[in-house]
Design a protein around this ligand. Structure first.
Ligand code: SAM
Length: 354
């Protein structure tokens, strides 16, 4: 983790945002009680997602717990990136020398000024103000301040005096699902600021690790994180649908939580790119959220609702697509599409190139 000290104002505003996390649990309980009272459950709810939304929201719109959750969610969605950007402004001069020093080392970054940015990509992902490249330093702002600080603190507050919890441990558990440890070349798609890349380098210490993203701001922060960790990653600026890598040039093609950010057609194209670039016998391993079919009807509605208002326009498509059929059509064998114990997260999409 990069070393920085927030100013008092920035720290107070970020702490205020992370403190919302604990208020959501009781509000969700209040919503569930209202649905139980109205007799809405897996037997009475419609199969069609839009009809189901009308049933559920028709009850919840009168429930204060629902309206309060929406208000908190809306406020958080609207303000988190601005607040984090303002906290960054206060410390950016302190970070300048680290930014310069960490731009060189074993982790390299190749930038493609001619990259065709796909049309779907510049949306305000996670409602980030201006989109993923909406700020010159969005990699630091989102990776360090929004994710590692706000989300990390809300999810797992460190025990008093205790060692900070590794909020990226899920990525290591997931990388360990790969059937082999002796890969030569691991390729990651959508690495963002590199939290999964770091775990890939730990789990496969002898492999060449290449990772791409469309966001140059995220890749720059990934480079800093790779160099800070003393690891050697080849970061490259590319669309996962057309990586520019040679045919049969890798033996693990992998990603973590990118599928729900992508239109179904793009997911298909990335899977095809995986098949093209994998050597015979190579593995494709993608981790993401559980599909709606693995959730209760209320759970699927809640996820869909939060995605709609949380800046995730492609979540429904990726959560309802025929992933197994597509993987098999492309040519993958031994296809698995299943959740990891104990709570189905992450959901594993796996296939082997024959
Ligand atoms: C949720 S983030 C990934 C998070 C990261 N893998 C992790 O472990 O936290 C999704 C990333 O996918 C990237 N992305 C979206 N479409 C892409 C594409 N077609 N090719 C490569 N990266 C893409 C986005 O720019 C974003 O950085």
């Amino acid at each position: 983790m990069m070393n920085y000290t927030l100013r008092q104002h920035g720290r107070a505003t970020l702490d205020f945002l992370s403190s919302f996390g604990s208020s959501i649990g009781p509000l969700m309980k209040g919503q569930q009680e209202a649905l139980d009272t109205a007799g809405l459950n897996d037997e009475t709810l419609a199969d069609d997602l839009d009809d189901r939304a009308k049933q559920i929201e028709g009850v919840l719109e009168k429930v204060p717990a629902f309206r309060t959750t929406n208000l908190v969610g809306e406020w958080h969605g609207e303000h988190h990136a601005r607040t984090a950007a303002a906290a960054f402004e206060e410390i950016k001069d302190d970070l300048a020398s680290d930014f310069e020093n960490l731009a060189s080392g074993g982790t390299t970054l190749s930038y493609n000024p001619d990259l065709d940015i796909p049309k779907y990509w510049p949306y305000p992902i996670h409602r980030t103000t201006g989109g993923w490249d909406g700020h010159r330093h969005m990699g630091f702002i989102h990776g360090e301040l929004v994710h590692r600080y706000i989300v990390g603190k809300a999810a797992k507050p460190p025990a008093a005096g205790g060692k900070a919890t590794d909020i990226y441990a899920d990525r290591k558990n997931f990388a360990e699902q790969a059937p082999r440890r002796d890969y030569d070349h691991v390729v990651e798609i959508g690495c963002s600021s590199g939290p999964y890349t770091a775990k890939l380098a730990e789990v496969f210490p002898d492999a060449k690790i290449s990772a791409c993203d469309i966001s140059i701001a995220q890749l720059e922060q990934a480079q800093r994180n790779g160099n800070l960790a003393g690891q050697s990653w080849n970061l490259f600026h590319a669309d996962g649908c057309a990586t520019g890598l040679d045919d049969e040039s890798c033996d693990l093609f992998t990603s973590y939580i990118i599928l729900h950010e992508l239109p179904v057609k793009v997911i298909e194209d990335i899977l095809r790119e995986g098949f093209r670039t994998l050597k015979s016998g190579g593995d494709l391993l993608f981790g993401d959220v559980a599909p709606y079919s693995a959730l209760s009807k209320t759970g699927a509605w809640r996820t869909d609702y939060m995605a709609t208002y949380g800046g995730e326009p492609f979540w429904r498509g990726s959560s309802t697509m025929d992933m197994v059929g597509i993987m098999e059509d492309i040519g993958f064998v031994d296809v698995k599409y299943e959740g990891m114990a104990p709570n189905n997260y992450p959901w594993v999409t796996y296939g082997r190139k024959p």
